[in-house]
Design a protein around this ligand. Structure first.
Ligand code: FBP
Length: 554
């Protein structure tokens, strides 16, 4: 056996993995048009804003005899936003698809996200480079960034380099915000007759970019499997020493899909779902009481240990805090120039002076770590940076205080020692699971076929993904179809509607049926690490969310 110090044994074995493609993408194909589409809401406004790309039909690819060939074509690709496992496979699928269409086709990568397009920072992605990155995690092939593409000057500056490189199509691999920008760019380039097509690919570990045509965003499968592995390890530790309550915060920005999937995989004692907190109009104190009661119940059964899963966006779902954030966003957008000049130690008092009385009172009542974070800068898309709020620690402390009060009142007699964890970055760059490796490769390959079919303003769509790859359905969905109007930075904007956890959906209902049993008993499940080689039921299993969503009655 040869020893290599440059690469791990798994990296070497994994480089040889040939991702599977759905039947429709394996040979020549034709694009079959379906019904014209409508946006999910605010149809009139969206149509007005996207006169050239609104209402386009669904596309489905069907196999035909013969070959698909194009005249020489140069294509650009951008990785946008947070890393998600499988990005390299989208690019390698896109590369292979383009080369199959015409070996002279070229692929250029823009460096460090959308900023690379505006700053003319790019590289040609050759076969040697692509081969180095097949089936690997990360976005390091060209890097990623969060520059928001929204201004005409940026689009025009981007067009200069696209024209200089004779690029006829641009693929933007990103989440809901980046694909919203892809759609705006597609519309603009079409309106001015720039001759550049724009195609999106659904990326994000958060799992919140999905709808009837996009069943899951890539990276969700791998990231939730990585988190579930470590949650399972913590559960074993917890069940061995029986002395700690572990508070685990999980990434996922606003939506609680990651937390729900990890709960379905591991059966923790307590799982908080942000969307439920909002629907029940709960306060921070309601949440703390709910956890303290479950801790007390287990203590009464002699179990002073357990595991709590907390979605990172929880804070934003508490209705009173949501209202506060909305006013903060409007106020900060309206006073941006002023606010930037305020010294850091005066920012909180500036905010308090400019908020309504009701929201100022809520702001004052928050623990300082939370209010400070809410007052700080947003990301370029105007989002509160929830990953920086230490909710897991905050909840553990507040539950501790409540239990101490209950102890004094004789309601609680147990012991409460805690550990905190935050899992997010650990899962975003893992080597893609077989599901993500195949799904991403198919999304990229499919994007090249949408380009060959002359489409723009479409998102690459691979459906029927709870079934074996052979049965996956390939096609495209107009991005305008996913849009509605929402307030961003104080203004109404067309954006892709974020998919939150559906409280009427099968995965959530399944969890609700089980959670009382998981709270009182120790029903932990230990999923173990992702397996790349071995029996298909271990290696190729999609997420439980996807399986339940496609099962009629769970
Ligand atoms: P995307 O929406 O860009 O895919 O981001 C995913 C995410 O990992 C969120 O879960 C998290 O809140 C955020 O990125 C963290 O941002 P950053 O990468 O800038 O630290």
């Amino acid at each position: 056996m040869e020893f290599s110090s440059e690469k791990s044994a798994l990296q070497i074995a994994r480089a040889a993995y040939q991702p599977k493609l759905p039947k429709a993408l394996r040979g020549a194909l034709k694009a079959v048009e379906g019904e014209p589409t409508q946006s999910v809401a605010d149809q009139e406004e969206i149509q007005k804003l996207f006169p050239n790309t609104y209402g386009m039909p669904y596309i489905k690819f069907e196999p035909v005899k013969g070959e698909n060939q194009t005249a020489t074509l140069n294509v650009g690709v951008i990785l946008s936003g947070g890393q998600a496992p499988g990005g390299h496979n989208v690019i390698s699928g896109l590369f292979d698809g383009l080369k199959k269409l015409n070996p002279a086709n070229k692929l250029y990568g823009f460096i460090l996200g959308p900023g690379g397009l505006v700053e003319h920072n790019y590289m040609e992605l050759t076969a040697d480079i692509i081969d180095e990155y097949r089936n690997t995690g990360g976005f390091d092939i060209i890097g990623s960034g969060r520059t928001k593409l929204e201004k005409k000057e940026q689009f025009d500056k981007g067009l200069e380099i696209l024209q200089a490189l004779d690029i006829k199509a641009l693929v933007i691999i990103g989440g809901d915000d980046s694909n919203t920008n892809a759609c705006v760019l597609a519309e603009y380039y079409k309106a001015i007759g720039a001759g550049v097509q724009v195609i999106g690919c659904p990326k994000t570990i958060d799992g919140d970019l999905k709808n009837s045509e996009i069943e899951t965003s890539f990276g969700f499968d791998t990231a939730t499997k990585v988190y579930s592995e470590v949650i399972g390890n913590i559960m074993r530790d917890c069940n061995s020493a029986k002395k700690y309550w572990h508070f685990i915060k999980l990434m996922g920005r606003s939506a609680s899909h990651v937390t729900l999937e990890c709960a379905l995989q591991t059966h923790p004692n307590i799982t908080l779902i942000g969307e439920e907190v909002e629907a029940k109009n709960q306060t921070l104190d309601d949440i703390v009481t709910y956890i303290a009661e479950a801790v007390t119940d287990r203590a009464n059964l002699g179990m002073n240990y357990g595991v709590v899963l907390v979605p990172e966006g929880l804070i934003e779902f508490i209705p009173a805090i949501k209202k506060l954030i909305a006013e903060l966003n409007d106020m900060l957008a309206a006073n941006q120039a002023d606010f930037e000049l305020v010294a850091d130690d005066k920012k909180i008092s500036y905010i308090l002076k400019h908020l309504s009385e009701e929201n100022a009172a809520i702001f004052r009542s928050l623990p300082e770590s939370v209010s400070r974070q809410l007052a700080l800068e947003r990301d370029p898309h105007g989002n509160v940076q929830v990953s920086l709020i230490e909710t897991e620690q905050l909840l553990a402390e507040m539950v501790g205080k409540k239990l101490a009060e209950w102890k004094r009142d004789g309601i609680y007699t147990g012991k409460f020692a805690t550990q905190h964890h935050f899992f997010g970055y650990e899962g975003r760059c893992a080597a893609p699971s077989n599901f993500d490796a195949d799904y991403c490769y198919s999304l990229g390959y499919n994007a090249s076929m949408l380009i060959a079919a002359g489409k723009t303003g479409y998102m690459s769509s691979i459906k029927n993904t709870s079934k074996p790859v052979d049965e996956w359905i390939a096609g495209g969905i107009p991005i305008t179809m996913m849009m509605n109007m929402e307030k961003r930075n104080g203004e109404m904007k067309p954006v892709i509607r974020k998919a939150l956890v559906e409280l009427k959906g099968v995965p959530y209902k399944f969890f609700v049926r089980k959670r009382t049993e998981w709270a009182r008993n120790t029903s932990f499940v230990y999923p173990g690490p992702i397996q790349y080689f071995g029996p298909t039921e271990v290696c190729d299993r999609p997420t439980i969310t996807l399986q339940l969503e496609h099962q009629k009655d769970a």
